[in-house]
Structure formats: structure tokens, C-alpha cells
Design a protein around this ligand. Structure first.
Ligand code: F3S
Length: 651
């Protein structure tokens, strides 16, 4: 007799995620409450109690304490109360259930929603509680048709049909065909969770071959109950919570070449499945001990596996082209390098080490040569696809390694799954080389999934945009006048330069580049220069920042005011001539104005006839305006000071 465990058995992604979030919360806060049992499995919830994870019957019981909303989700009102009344609310609603909440709540208020599922199930109650329009729960097609027959729903109306995630896919397909034909007004959303349908498909395939099916899981778990229902259509089925509850003499009357299948619901931990497996192994051994001789027993002690079985294996050898694995079978297992990983750059030793326990799918059993070929990447890919689908729902950013630049984009491997990123979504400019990304770890968002074709499309640009937007928001929250940045000159204009200070480019006007006189910004900086700048002012609305590159400690005005005073006679150099006067540099960074009326005791009509740029002149400081940083100079005052002496000489 052979025992076969269905490929998809035990915890699904959503349950695993809810348990992980709850355990993390318990570790952080010491104790935590879950709104109802975290999952429909008494064994698991008992063990969680020991970790400080308690069950609350309602929000009020967890008021002021940390509360976890379990993977089934809750109605909107309960969500709002949990957020308001509990010290912290951790939403562990499965992203696939969350998606249904969104569909339901987005329906127009004058429309209607029909939820196909079990009306007493918490997931269905939660979904109904998110509708903003009329919502009805139906258990089957008859109930949906009755709504139209009785005039509750109109064939001209706006009706959305969503499905409980664990609903039997074959029944759904049958119903949706009929609804599609008879009620054109119904928009059907296929919201059955793939983990569930895959598990149901695997269980059904196994049940068709098995003489006995054992379905393991909590008696109150709806998805486990459905598995049992599906298996019963094909073979004798036992529904048990654990190994202890299995009835005795289960194998009585079965043929010696019978297959005993085991499957388990989404809330069944791996150790419970293992215990059931071991118990059945014991039973088989007992029968064999009675019936078979030693040689036959030895032969039976070897496990048998078949093509497409998902198996656990231990890596016992590594060479350049393959990993050698031990499966507990008579044959030796081999996993060729290209079946180990999708990464063409990886070596066998990059993927597995001797002693690793891995999961793989049997691709070929070659009894004549005593070898079995397996694929690890198929398992990784299936798991990766599940995680990718969930991350798309949750709008999460993932990280993967770029393995190749191909026509039109790049390939990223995430958890063994190939993700294609079109060139336009890589963030590499047209002139850039996609090859430069190879072997780099990149963040990306999933933008498209085609599970049938195993195709996933991602975008690095969307992921980096989100990071940039967050950085920008943080920048505008924290910016202050006087704040210093190390920036990079991005572009140079006639009126100043734009400097990248992280989240934005700020403007340094020409006059703010240096304390000295500047002709053109190009005389001071070039693109790519790193400069230190200080925020002068900013406008979050217009997203503008004015910067200065002048170092306050080098302010020449401080030096000027300390060293010079009104009536001082000094030498200055003419630096520019205007219609109303000439500017003369006193010290670098401080120019004074010699107004046209202060150039001479004679009337001056054209300054250029009297002064020229670069000329050094004697001047008297006649005014200092420290508020406006202005100095007035006079040549005329010096002439007048000299005039009485000249007159005296003349006499
Ligand atoms: Fe599990 Fe979420 Fe599907 S809880 S069964 S992955 S809907």
C-alpha cells in the first residue's frame, strides 16, 4: 500500500501570513488578542494561547489592547471600532479577501451585491458588511434565481456577484455559465482563491486514484469540509482533526497495491499532517508484518514515488551539473541545474547545500536505470506565483535579482519565479544599457499576472516612484530655513543654478552663489559639481526651494563693518559703471556706490569720460547702511576737503 500526500496540503499563504503577523505582534507587545480564533484549528489556537495570543469574542474584550483581525476579515464597522478602541489594530485579513471587500464597497449605492457562499461563515459576514448597497448571501444557484423570481433583484439592475474564497470552483463554473446566459445584468467576479482551487484540484486528482482518502483539519474549517465533500464524490473518505482521532482498522479490506491519499485544509499545520502520515505508515507496517516475509517488507520500506508527485528530499551530493538527492526510494534522485533554478547565472552550490531538505516535483521515474529526475524550480515557481499574486493584491514592493537582459526588457527572478520587466519600466534611460542591471537586486511592483501562462510583468519604475514620493513627502515635512544640504549642480541658467538636494532641485540665484561679484554662474560652477547650500526660503505648495551657497562665516560685510567707518578715506577699484554712478570694490564682496553727483565738484554728464573699470580711486566713505548692506562713497567730498587749503595757498 502507498501513502500519497496531495501536493497542496496545509497552511495557505493567507493563514501563514496571519499567524506570522500575530506571532510578531505577540513578541512585540507581550500579549495580543485575535478577533475570534485565528484559524479554524483547535490544536493551533491552543498552542498560540501559550505564546500570549488570546481569543477575544468582540472588540470590547480587547479594548485598550493590541488586536489582530484574522485572515477571514471583518465588516467595515468592526474594523473602524477596532482601530478606535484598541491600542493597536493589526489587520491580517488575507489580501484575497481584502480584494472582495474592495469590489463590494465600490459598487454603486443604487446597485446590489450577491455573495455566493456560506452565510454563517465569518468571511462572508465580513464581506457583506463592506457593501454600501443592498447585499444578499446565496448558498447556491436556486437562491440566486429566487432573488430575480421574487422581484428582489431586477434584470435591468446593476448586480455584482462575488464568491467566497473557498467556494467549490466546479460548482461556481456551472453557476456562472447559467447566470451569464440568463441574467445579463450580473457582473461576475471570480474571487475564489487559487490556493483553495489548487488544493481542491489536487485532492480530487488524488481521490480518483486512492482507495481511501484522509482529510485532515479542524471540523469547523469550511475549506477542509469542502475538501472532504469533494473527496467523498470519488472514494471512501475519513475527515479527522488529527492522528489521534483517526478510527482504527482503517485499512481493513484494502488491496495490497491500494493508494491511501492524505490532504489537509488551509488551516492545518504541517506537523498534524506529518502525524497522520506516520500513523498510517504504522498501520501499513502492522499489516505488512503479518502478511509478508522479510524481503518483501524490506522492499516495502522503500518509498515509491510517481511522476508529478511533490516530494521532500535531502541533498546528498553536488556536482557541476546537478544535485543528487535522497528520497527514501530505491532509486537515486537527480535534479539537473536547469531544474534547480530559473537563474541562468547560478551554480548548483548557489542554490542548495549538502544536507538541505528541499521540496521538488518528480519529472521522471526511470526504474530500469534506478534513477528519478526531479525539478525544484517548479515548486519554487508555484510558491513564488502565490506570493506574487498576494503581493499584487496588497500592492507590496518585492525584490528580485536581475538574471538577464532580453529583447524588450529584463528578467528578474523572485522566489524562483521569472518576472519580465519591460525596458520602459526599468528606469534605465533609452541611451542606457539594460545589461548594467544584470546580477543586481532590484525592487519592483507586480503590474500584470497571467497564471495560466505563468507570466508575470513587473515595474521597477513604479517601485522607485513610490520610494521617491515617500522621500519627497518626508522632505517637505522636515525642511527648515537655514537647513544645510550637500547638493549636486543639475543645470546652469543665466539667472542661477539648480541644485539637487535629494527630493527636489532648489534654485541658487546668481547673487547667492558667492559673496563676490559674479558675471555668469558658469564662471563659478559646472554641472555635476558638489556644493554646500543653505535653505533661504521654500514654498511647499509650489514645490520651490530657494538656496544660497554663501557661507555665513565668510560674510565680507562682517569684516567690512569691523574694519571701516564713515569718513574713512580709502582706495577702491571701479568694477562697473551705470547711468547713475560707478560701483567700486572696497574689499572682495563689498562694493560701494559713487553716485554721479559724488564723482566731482564739477558737473559730470558722462561717467565714462571720468572713470573706467579697473581704475583705482581715492574715496571717502560717506554712509554705511547696515540694514541694506550698502556703502556710499564720494570722490567729491575729498576734493571739497582739499579745496580750503588750495584757496589759502592762492591767497
Ligand atoms: Fe488562504 Fe487567503 Fe486563500 S486565507 S485560502 S490564501 S483566501
Amino acid at each position: 500500500m502507498l501513502i500519497e500526500i496531495a501536493e497542496r496540503s496545509g497552511f495557505c499563504f493567507g493563514v501563514e501570513r496571519a499567524i506570522r503577523l500575530t506571532e510578531e505582534a505577540a513578541e512585540r507587545y507581550g500579549e495580543v488578542y485575535t478577533l475570534g480564533p485565528l484559524i479554524h484549528n483547535r490544536i493551533v489556537t491552543d498552542s498560540l494561547q501559550e505564546k500570549g495570543i488570546h481569543i477575544a469574542d468582540g472588540v470590547e474584550q480587547a479594548a485598550g489592547r493590541p488586536l489582530v483581525i484574522r485572515s477571514h476579515g471583518v465588516d467595515r464597522e468592526t474594523e473602524e471600532r477596532a482601530n478606535a478602541e484598541c491600542s493597536v489594530c493589526i489587520d491580517a485579513t488575507c489580501p484575497f479577501v481584502k480584494k472582495i471587500h474592495n469590489i463590494v464597497s465600490e459598487q454603486p449605492t443604487d446597485g446590489a451585491v450577491v455573495i455566493l457562499g456560506d452565510r454563517d461563515h465569518p468571511e462572508v459576514i465580513g464581506i457583506k458588511g463592506h457593501a454600501r448597497c443592498r447585499a444578499y448571501v446565496c448558498g447556491d444557484l436556486d437562491e440566486i434565481e429566487a432573488l430575480f423570481r421574487d422581484g428582489v433583484l431586477s434584470e435591468d439592475g446593476n448586480v455584482a456577484l462575488v464568491i467566497q474564497t473557498t467556494f467549490d470552483r466546479s460548482r461556481f463554473l456551472e453557476y456562472s455559465r447559467v447566470i451569464g446566459e440568463r441574467y445579463r445584468c450580473v457582473k461576475i467576479y471570480d474571487t475564489i482563491c487559487n490556493a483553495t482551487s489548487e488544493r481542491q484540484k489536487n485532492a480530487e486528482e488524488l481521490a480518483k486514484r486512492a482507495a481511501l482518502m484522509i482529510v485532515v483539519g479542524g471540523k469547523s474549517s469550511s475549506n477542509t469540509g469542502k475538501l472532504a465533500e469533494i473527496c467523498r464524490r470519488h472514494t471512501v473518505t475519513v475527515f479527522t482533526e488529527n492522528a489521534e482521532s483517526l478510527p482504527g482498522q482503517l485499512l481493513q479490506g484494502l488491496r495490497s497495491d491500494s493508494i491511501i491519499g492524505i490532504t489537509a485544509g488551509a488551516s492545518t499545520p504541517a506537523y498534524t499532517i506529518k502525524e497522520v502520515h506516520e500513523r498510517m505508515n504504522e498501520e501499513i507496517k502492522n499489516i505488512n508484518e503479518n502478511e509478508e516475509d522479510f524481503a518483501a517488507l524490506l522492499d516495502q520500506s522503500f518509498r515509491r514515488v510517481y511522476t508529478n508527485n511533490r516530494v521532500k528530499a535531502i541533498v546528498v551530493g553536488i556536482n557541476k551539473n546537478e544535485a543528487v538527492v535522497e528520497l527514501g526510494t530505491k532509486q537515486t534522485g537527480y535534479i539537473p541545474l536547469d531544474e534547480l533554478t530559473n537563474d541562468p547565472n547560478a551554480a548548483v552550490a548557489d542554490v542548495v547545500s549538502i544536507g538541505d531538505e528541499i521540496e521538488a516535483i518528480v519529472t521522471k521515474v526511470d526504474d530500469s536505470n534506478g534513477v528519478i529526475f526531479l525539478s525544484k524550480k517548479k515548486v519554487d515557481s508555484a510558491l513564488g506565483m502565490e506570493k506574487i499574486a498576494a503581493s499584487k493584491e496588497a500592492n507590496e514592493t518585492l525584490e528580485g535579482v536581475v538574471t538577464a537582459a532580453v529583447k524588450g526588457g529584463i528578467i528578474v527572478i523572485y522566489n524562483g519565479t521569472r518576472v519580465f520587466i519591460p525596458a520602459s519600466q526599468t528606469g534605465v534611460p533609452r541611451s542606457g544599457k539594460l545589461e548594467d542591471l544584470v546580477k543586481k537586486t532590484v525592487p519592483f511592483k507586480v503590474i500584470e499576472i497571467n497564471e495560466q501562462r505563468g507570466r508575470v510583468v513587473g515595474s521597477i519604475r513604479q517601485a522607485t516612484k513610490e520610494v521617491r514620493d515617500a522621500e519627497k513627502a518626508k522632505f517637505w515635512e522636515s525642511i527648515e530655513v537655514g537647513q544645510k544640504f550637500e547638493g549636486e549642480v543639475r543645470s546652469i541658467e543665466d539667472y542661477g543654478v539648480f541644485v539637487d538636494i535629494g527630493a527636489v532641485d532648489g534654485l541658487v540665484r546668481t547673487s547667492e552663489l558667492t559673496w563676490n561679484r559674479v558675471g555668469h554662474p558658469k564662471d563659478i560652477v559646472k554641472e555635476g559639481d558638489k556644493i554646500t547650500v543653505i535653505v533661504k526660503s521654500f514654498d511647499p505648495e509650489k514645490k520651490r526651494v530657494s538656496l544660497s551657497a554663501k557661507d555665513p562665516d565668510e560674510n565680507p560685510w562682517t569684516k567690512f563693518v569691523a574694519d571701516y567707518a564713515i569718513d574713512d578715506v580709502i582706495k577702491a577699484t571701479i568694477v562697473s559703471i551705470t547711468e547713475f554712478g560707478a560701483f567700486a570694490q572696497i574689499i572682495p564682496g563689498v562694493d560701494g556706490l559713487i553716485h554721479i553727483s559724488q564723482i566731482s565738484t564739477e558737473r559730470v554728464t558722462n561717467i565714462a569720460n571720468v572713470l573706467s573699470v579697473g581704475q583705482e580711486v581715492d574715496v571717502k566713505i560717506i554712509d554705511i547702511d547696515t540694514d541694506k548692506n550698502r556703502v556710499s562713497l564720494s570722490m567729491k567730498a575729498l576734493m571739497e576737503d582739499a579745496a580750503p587749503a588750495d584757496d589759502a595757498d592762492a591767497e
